[in-house]
Structures are given as structure tokens and as C-alpha cells.
Design a protein around this ligand. Structure first.
Ligand SMILES: NC(=O)N[C@@H](CC(=O)O)C(=O)O
Ligand SMILES: [Zn+2]
Ligand SMILES: [Zn+2]
Length: 423
């Protein structure tokens, strides 16, 4: 099977070029100014953006256990709608796949139901909250692409240290949701003026930064690839910057919502603005943008966390943490950061495709080149549209961005040269 993409504005080798792309048997086989089209099925991209499939190393699909929130099918369809072709699924499903048997089942479930490439995180400890480590080596052999207890900080420093040593030894990756449970102290919103105004219990920044500081020092000892999930504060950016300067093997991600919103955007008790870590102050938001610009922050990850309506319509105190995000990430960031000239399009795509694939050793993703699996999207950058609840393909519509006008609608997404989503 051959497919020719004509008139592509292609993100290629860190640049944008006008070209044609030939795909055969699910792989890119030629990229050139002109390719003869005779007898080949052709798509005219009309000089829309052709981007390597985006890579998101932090998503929550809720299967098994909470399929009323999301399934692997709806989650991966939503991913394709967002231009993503490779995702890392967090293991906070029910049951947590924390032994070989449960993990094998999870892999099979992903394989059976995914429209895109779903890579599976294994947890670091049994049940994600205990101190007992999982069979790290065995789970890697079954296909764990990295390890994370996302949703929970690892409180026991000895467990964290041992996990790091073992994950370093097998050259895998440890993605940390940094949160000191005691300092977190049942907060629901950033500790600050918005918490005061709304009369809600605050989450102190030190709940994030104190555990991050501990982990960086531990990681220095054993050389593990330590990746910080959803970095949210100015001091976290400072710590990662210092750690990188000191040669520690650390990377980090930031979510679109932490880049685009602060707690000052929370005007009412609307839990579509509730997530963990919480939206921080405007000073923190500016520091995150700074961190993106100076390269301290390596990648964007959505932390796509769908919940059902009834779980999010109970105000900040009672609703679940998390927002849906994989369908709106590219359009929001393109509209608010690229179109406003804060960031180049090339840089945004580096943060959303090239870097996550490179830093997590995801071989067949993150760039378009001859010989590589044909995972890509065609995106319309020119026409404005509104983010509407009815247009989400995720089961979760828990987004604080509904109603916003954006550019960057995904028109088609391909995986292995096959169209898996079309607008
Ligand atoms: N981000 C969230 O607010 N929630 C996530 C867990 C997490 O990423 O910590 C979830 O699973 O719902
Ligand atoms: Zn988390
Ligand atoms: Zn998460």
C-alpha cells in the first residue's frame, strides 16, 4: 500500500519545509520536493502543517477499573484527535498493574484497544502507595516503558533510593509525581490569595519542592534518569536548573494548563480548575514559561485526567483532581504561545514530539524521516474554531478551556500509515 502526501508544510529535521511525502507499507520511504504521483493514492495537504505524531509521556486512561471516566479506546481516539500518536499511560488504574500477571494483562488490554501507540508505565511500589518495590526488572522485560507512582509521592526515601538504583541499572526511566503527603495536608487549591478568597484549604508549594529537592540529591548518587512530572512552581524550575548545571540526569515536563493558567483564573468554585498539582500563582506561571524558553523544561505533557461529570460538579472541596487535556493541548499552546510569538512552531513541536521521544528512548516516534514508522498528523493552522464540550472524543469533558477560541485543529492523524482519525 502506497500513499502520497502532496503540498505538505513538513516539520523535518527541526525545520519547516514544503515537500511531498511517500509512505509505503506503513513507513516513510521518500521525502522530496516532487514525487511522481502516478497510480498512487494521494492526499493534498494544501500546505497545512504535517507534523510527526505528537508524543505525550503522561496520560491517564481509566481502564480497567473506571471505564465510566475513559476507556483505552476513547482515550486513544481522543489522543489521535489531539494529534498524538504515542502516549505513556500511567498505572493508576484498578487494579494497579504491580505484578507480572496484572501487568501482562494491562499490556494485552492496551494492545487490543489502542488506536495509537500506548506505552505502559509500571508502578514503582506495590499498589502505588506502599513502600515495597515492584519486580522492576521483570516488569521491564514485559514491556514497561518507564516507572511511576503518579498520583502519589514516594514518601519513603529508602524505597525511592532503591528504586532509583534498580531503574538506573536497567537503563529505564523514573517519572516522579513529587508530593510530600504531610505537607500537602488535604489541600485542594494553591496556597495563596485565591485559596483565601474562595475560603478553601491551600496546597503549599513546599509539598512539591521539598520532595523534589530530596529526589535530586538521591538521583545524583545513582545516575538514574529522573523525570519530574507536571512541574508547577518557580522553585521547582530553579531546582531542576541547578540540578542540570550540577550534571544530574534530570528531565522535566510541564502541562499546558500550568503554562496557560494561574490560580487568578479561578473565579468561582468550579472544579474544572482543580488538578494536582494545582494552578499556581502568576509568578510561578511566568517562571514555567521562562523554564521552557531557556531549556530547563524539556517537554510538554498533558496529564490527561478525565473524570465523569458527577465527579467534577461538586466544587473544589469534594470533586476529583484532574482535567481532560489531550485534545486541546496543541491548539491551545499553538494559539497562546506560538501565535503570540513567545515560542516558535518548531520549538513547540520539539517540546511535544522530538524531546519526549528522545529522552524516553521511544525509538519509532518523535520525528519524520525515511525508514521510520509513518505516524503523523495534518493540522490546519489557519482557521479559528471554538473548543466545545460536544466536540471532545474523550469521555471526560472536564476542561477549564471550554469556550475558548483557538487555532490548530487536527484534520487527520495516521499511525503506521493508516488514518486513525479524520475530522
Ligand atoms: N493530575 C491530577 O489531578 N490527577 C491525576 C493524577 C495525577 O497526575 O497526579 C488523575 O489520575 O486523575
Ligand atoms: Zn501526578
Ligand atoms: Zn498524572
Amino acid at each position: 500500500m502506497k500513499l502520497l502526501i502532496k503540498n505538505a508544510k513538513l516539520f523535518y529535521a527541526k525545520r519547516l519545509i514544503n515537500c511531498e511525502i511517500l509512505i509505503e507499507d506503513g513507513k516513510f520511504v521518500n521525502i522530496a520536493e516532487k514525487i511522481p504521483a502516478e497510480g498512487i493514492k494521494t492526499i493534498d495537504a494544501g500546505f497545512k502543517l504535517v507534523t510527526p505524531g505528537l508524543v505525550d509521556v503522561h496520560v491517564h486512561f481509566r481502564e480497567p477499573g473506571q471505564v465510566h471516566k475513559e476507556t483505552i479506546k476513547t482515550g486513544t481516539l481522543a489522543s489521535a484527535h489531539g494529534g498524538f500518536t504515542t502516549v505513556g499511560a500511567m498505572p493508576n488504574v484498578i487494579p494497579v498493574p504491580d505484578d507480572l500477571e496484572k501487568f501482562q494483562k494491562q499490556i494485552e488490554l492496551n494492545q487490543k484497544n489502542s488506536l495509537i501507540n500506548t506505552l505502559q508505565y509500571a508502578p514503582v511500589t506495590k499498589g502505588e502507595t506502599s513502600d515495597e518495590l515492584v519486580d522492576i526488572e521483570g516488569l521491564q522485560k514485559l514491556g514497561a516503558f518507564a516507572f511511576s507512582n503518579d498520583g502519589h509521592g514516594i514518601m519513603n526515601a529508602q524505597s525511592m533510593y532503591s528504586a532509583m538504583e534498580r531503574i538506573a541499572a536497567i537503563k529505564s526511566h523514573l517519572a516522579a509525581h513529587v508530593e510530600d503527603k504531610d505537607l500537602f495536608n488535604h489541600g485542594v487549591i494553591n496556597f495563596g490569595s485565591a485559596a483565601k478568597r474562595l475560603g478553601l484549604p491551600g496546597i503549599k508549594q513546599v509539598a512539591e519542592t521539598s520532595q523534589l529537592a530530596r529526589d535530586l540529591i538521591l538521583a545524583k548518587e545513582n545516575g538514574v534518569h529522573y523525570h519530574v512530572c507536571h512541574i508547577s512552581t518557580k522553585d521547582s524550575v530553579m531546582l531542576v536548573r541547578m540540578a542540570k548545571d550540577a550534571g544530574i540526569n534530570v528531565t522535566c515536563e510541564v502541562s499546558p494548563h500550568h503554562l496557560l493558567l494561574s490560580d487568578q483564573n479561578i473565579l468561582t468554585d468550579d472544579a474544572n480548575f482543580k488538578m494536582n498539582p494545582p494552578l499556581r500563582s502568576e509568578i510561578d506561571r511566568q517562571a514555567l514559561i521562562e523554564g521552557v524558553l531557556d531549556g530547563t523544561i524539556d517537554m510538554i505533557a498533558t496529564d490527561h485526567a478525565p473524570h465523569a461529570k458527577a465527579e467534577k460538579d461538586q466544587g473544589f472541596e469534594k470533586s476529583a483532581f484532574g482535567i481532560t487535556g489531550i485534545e486541546t493541548a496543541f491548539p491551545l499552546l499553538y494559539s497562546r504561545l506560538v501565535k503570540t510569538s513567545l515560542l516558535s512552531l518548531e520549538r513547540l513541536l520539539t517540546l511535544m514530539a522530538v524531546n519526549p521521544a528522545k529522552l524516553f528512548d521511544i525509538k519509532e516516534a518523535g520525528q519524520i524521516k525515511v525508514g521510520q514508522k509513518a505516524d503523523f498528523s495534518i493540522i490546519n493552522l489557519d482557521d479559528q474554531y471554538q473548543i466545545k464540550e460536544a466536540d471532545f472524543l474523550s469521555k471526560g469533558t472536564n476542561s477549564p478551556f471550554i469556550g475558548q477560541e483557538v487555532y490548530g485543529q487536527v484534520e487527520k492523524t495516521f499511525v503506521n500509515g493508516e488514518c486513525v482519525y479524520t475530522n
